[in-house]
Design a protein around this ligand. Structure first.
Ligand code: HXC
Ligand code: NAP
Length: 293
């Protein structure tokens, strides 16, 4: 067994209906694939219907599951109401929402127009708010016994990060929303959790965060203590657990899956990683000699 393999037992998500925003590409598609393999029916959304139709065909072929593609822009509340309606019309119910869709690009903040900043906030924070409100109200109004929301954030939701300031600002808001509603809406049987992934290569993220030769210049593997980037299946394993009833007592949690990346950046003396082993005798002697004086 290793981290590239599926983790949960067959049928773990049988009869569940999940909506995955941004489910037609990248991590959203990888998580949708695993939900389907575990028996869930999945609604995938994004702005691009052609992409969604292609993803549906591919996902249904490899998993034998059922996918409903619905085009929407998560910035528009009414379009999310239409996603809910399409989900109920097709499957009769909905058990979980995975807020995965996002927008992002690197830029010095002073180069951003007001609209550029707004665009990211509107997709990431307001989009997540729109989906959460539409589906949350539905579950509350219909007195559904249990449901779950999983939000994809980033580790810079709590550290902040230069050059992706709108994204960091918006993801911090999503994190606050996750923890707030985990408490407020627990009485309605709605659980809220989040995942903060480290670097998981996808076309969407890499084209916008590491364009051109930046991906050679800033090798993401070197930032990660375990020495590699993430595999989509290991993220899917965690997401499936958090969306499943196995995690019924996990509520308001954010789970980091980054190989220790953010802590490496945070720990003040972690740069000593670069000291060759053979230098440590000499350094120890230098330190001890000072102590005697
Ligand atoms: C400066 C830019 C820009 C850039 C766009 N804008 N790109 N400004 N530098 N590189 C400005 C535009 O000029 C415009 O402002 C405003 O932003 C909106 O741009 P549009 O192209 O009209 O927006 P839209 O078509 O809605 O596209 C949204 C987008 C795009 C975010 C710009 O990249 C997109 O669709 N992204 C979706 C997928 C995505 O981003 N995936 C990556 C997620 S990765 P003006 O003032 O000119 O009107 C991720 C990783 C997190 O989140 C952590 C990793 C470690
Ligand atoms: P991605 O493939 O670009 O995923 C983003 C998805 O969001 C796309 O499917 C996109 O589809 C959709 N989307 C964007 N704007 C939308 C809008 N206005 N309305 C509806 N859908 C919209 O990138 P990814 O790497 O898989 O990212 C997935 C999630 O993981 C994001 O939340 C991201 O912040 C997070 N994350 C990724 C990494 C990483 O290393 N990859 C690390 C940390 C966090 P359309 O363009 O077709 O609409």
């Amino acid at each position: 067994m290793n981290y590239t393999e599926p983790m949960l037992r067959e049928g773990s998500l049988k009869d569940k209906v999940f909506v995955v925003t941004g489910g037609g590409s990248g991590l959203g598609k990888a998580m949708s694939k695993y939900f389907l393999e575990l028996g869930a029916k999945v609604v995938i959304t994004s702005r691009n219907m052609e992409k969604l139709e292609k993803a549906k065909a591919e996902l249904e072929e490899v998993t034998g599951g059922t996918v409903l593609p619905v085009a929407c822009d998560i910035r528009n509340y009414e379009e999310i109401e239409a996603v809910l309606k399409a989900t109920l019309d097709t499957f009769g119910k909905v058990d979980g929402l995975l807020n995965n869709a996002a927008g992002n690009f690197i830029s010095p903040t002073e180069r951003l127009s007001a609209n550029a900043f707004d665009t990211i906030i509107d997709i990431v924070l307001k989009g997540t708010k729109n989906c959460t409100l539409v589906f949350g109200k539905h579950w509350i109004n219909t007195k559904q016994e249990k449901s779950t929301v999983l939000n994809i954030v980033t580790t810079y939701a709590w550290t902040g990060s230069g050059y992706v300031v709108p994204s960091a600002t918006a993801k911090a808001g999503v994190l606050a929303m996750t923890r707030s509603l985990a408490v407020e809406w627990a009485k309605y049987g709605i659980r809220f959790n989040a995942i903060a992934p480290g670097p998981f290569p996808t076309k969407g993220a890499w084209d916008r965060l590491l364009p051109g030769n930046l991906r050679e210049k800033f090798d993401m593997k070197k930032k990660v203590p375990v020495g590699r980037v993430g595999e989509h299946q290991e993220l899917a394993n965690l997401a499936a657990y958090l969306m499943s009833d196995f995690s019924a007592y996990v509520n308001g949690e954010v789970i980091t899956i980054d190989g220790g990346e953010w802590l490496k950046g945070a720990g003040q003396m972690n740069m000593l990683e670069d000291i060759p082993q053979e230098m440590w005798d000499q350094l120890e002697q230098m330190i001890r000699s000072k102590k005697r004086k």
